[in-house]
Ligand binder design. Structure first.
Ligand code: NAD
Ligand code: DAU
Length: 356
């Protein structure tokens, strides 16, 4: 089986669902269920024995040692993190704890387990660390896109904590020989994204007639990738990536925030017209994010050259699917907004664990 950390979050849940659609290899899913973890994302796996959920923290070494001993995973896909830049500005401590200390603890537990494996299993073992393009810093309008050799220049507490975790992963490979892979991906969007991030926040606010808060002039640029494409890239890297290497993953789709917001408004206006008029009327420019990186762009030629991976979705197809998913899943959205999804474990999962 594979061990997935953070598999109840946005990308992790999409990854687990995709994985089990394409493979019968079981997933051991370790997630602390912070505000960002939502087991409703995985409701379709409720009675699926291939999905084993463990409610726990990657900082808990005793738990990690027990899970390695009991389940003997052949690989780890490490998503668990604090992931929201604005939250990192208000409370950086949780980011240092989970992203740095948590990754360190997971690396140490993985190293202890891996060292005790027979030679062929040691060779085949992989620790795939899921990271971000934000570690590379901010680009000017004419700078070339980030390659894997770009210097690290993290600017927010979030990106600094992710950069630190990337460095730990690199060092555990160089010093101890742990077979690691690191992926640095651009902005994801798609189903099940918590409505604190730009796209789902805009969808939710637009549907309820609230202001659409655009930071600063709205001309900050991100490279947007549909989450399903991120999941397929991770599967390729896990299967065929070279141990010790880093792979950048991106959508070849740079867009300014204001364009994103207008696109979301246009789709909602077409799919769910508002008698009061176009949602663009709700766009409100607000005070900028402190230290706001101006532009990110990923050069994804290495993963294409070595592994033949390219995104399958265009932005037009991916954003339409995403808006439709939010329109089709009002209960998910209502539970997230009311906080009711946090009762899911007691309402549903506790009973399931008792049966086993
Ligand atoms: P998310 O915030 O939606 O989910 C994070 C998950 O990790 C949650 O389920 C949460 O409960 C869990 N978690 C947090 N702390 C934990 C801990 N101490 N122990 C165990 N579980 C814990 O994040 P996401 O957007 O799905 O991002 C997943 C990973 O991908 C992160 O490492 C992030 O840095 C990286 N990434 C995200 C994006 C993006 O656009 N969202 C882009 C590139 C890379
Ligand atoms: O680049 C990859 C990163 O993308 C990931 O590593 C992070 O986990 C993920 O959160 C994301 O970071 P961003 O800061 O780019 O994403 P966010 O959705 O928070 O913001 C996207 C852009 O939109 C950014 O320029 C800030 C802006 N924004 C965001 C919010 C929430 C607004 O203008 N208004 C908003 O209300």
């Amino acid at each position: 089986m594979i061990l997935v950390t953070g598999g109840a979050g946005f990308i992790g849940a999409n990854f687990v669902l995709d994985w089990l659609k394409g493979s019968d290899e079981p997933v051991l899913n370790l997630d602390a269920l912070t505000y960002a973890g939502n087991l409703e994302n995985l409701a379709s796996l409720q009675n699926d024995p291939r999905h084993v959920f463990v409610h726990g923290d990657i900082c808990d070494r005793t738990l990690l040692d027990r899970l390695f001993a009991e389940h003997a995973p052949r690989a780890i896909v490490h998503f668990a993190a604090e992931s929201h830049v604005d939250r990192s500005i208000h409370g950086p401590g949780a980011f240092v704890r989970t992203n740095v200390e948590g990754t360190f603890t997971l690396l140490e537990a993985a190293r202890a387990y891996w060292s005790g494996l027979p030679a062929n299993a040691r060779e085949g073992f992989r620790f795939l660390h899921v990271s971000t393009d934000e570690v590379y810093g901010s680009l000017g309008p004419y700078d070339p896109a980030f390659t894997e050799t770009k210097t690290y220049e993290p600017n927010s507490p979030y990106s600094a904590s992710k950069a630190a975790s990337d460095h730990l992963v690199r060092a555990w490979h160089h010093t101890y020989g742990l077979p690691v892979l690191t992926t640095n991906c651009s902005n994801n969007y798609g189903p099940c994204q918590f409505p604190e991030k730009l796209i789902p926040l805009m969808i939710v606010n637009a549907l309820t007639g609230k202001p659409l808060p655009v930071y600063g002039d709205g001309l900050n640029v991100r490279d947007w990738l549909y989450v399903g494409d991120h999941c397929s890239a991770i599967r390729e890297v896990l299967a065929r990536g070279r141990s010790g290497e880093t792979y950048n993953i991106g959508g070849w789709n740079e867009m300014a925030n204001i364009e994103i917001v207008r696109t979301v408004c246009g789709l909602l206006d077409a799919l769910r017209p508002d008698p009061a008029g176009s949602r663009e009327r709700l766009i409100t420019h607000v005070t900028d994010r402190p230290g706001h990186d101006r532009r990110y762009a990923i050069d994804a030629r290495k993963i294409e050259r070595e592994l033949g991976w390219r995104p399958a979705e265009t932005f037009a197809s991916g954003i339409r699917k995403t808006v439709e998913w939010y329109l089709d899943n009002p209960a998910w959205l209502a539970n997230v907004q009311s906080g009711a999804y946090r009762d899911w474990v007691s309402r549903n999962y506790a009973a399931r664990e008792a049966e086993r």
